[in-house]
Ligand binder design. Sequence first.
Ligand code: GLP
Length: 240
Amino acid sequence: MKLVVCKNYDEVSAKAAEYFINLVKAKPNAVLGLATGSSPIGMYKLMIADHEQNGTSYKDVKTYNLDEYVGLDGSNNQSYHYFMNENLFKGLDIPLENTHVPSGIGNHDTLAAEYDAVLDELGGADLQILGIGSNGHIAFNEPGTSFASTTHIVDLTEETIQDNARFFDSIDDVPRESVTMGIASIMKAKKIVLIATSAHKAEAIKGMIEGPVTEDLPASILQQHPDVVVIVDTEAASLL
Ligand code: GLP
């Protein structure tokens, strides 16, 4: 794992955006693995700014996202599908049919398999952006998830529900389930950039980098990936 420690969120966002912009310039038909949460918002803004100012084109890029809340459809402003449209896709020239977000609506038994079929067709991402939960989760793979997992439906932990309540009017509005790419699927990306800021993430970052590789801290599996760049601010790096 390569570790990059930055001063603050803006610097983390700039470094992460650089990886994505450089890839798309070098490989206009790249497959990008994308994430939601507050961490990638700054990076997405910079990708849009670069597209507007320098004309970097996404018309041949394909994307897939990590996860979605079960029960929310893409028009719900709390859904991850809506988040991606608002924070990235509508600012780029990417055709929406090239973008893929798991559906949170439909039959529990088939949602996961349908998304795995999409992932199989796209192949592993050339570059995947990841955030990390304060309990070390990646996507919505909570502690205890098998490293061999593919797309599946999960019950969110109380810690994740509380962390994500800030995006909702009330904690009771936070969905209790999500559909998420599994850990084995995430590991298929050729390169992974993980970003994290604030002291709230410091324990998880320490465990991910210095701790044992254990399903109790899902992000620790990244120690076994051949090409991971971890970009954090000084607070998230404070326990290293
Ligand atoms: C959610 C998402 C994760 C994300 C995490 C951290 O749980 N499913 O993909 O990494 O939140 O979010 P934030 O970047 O807002 O701290």
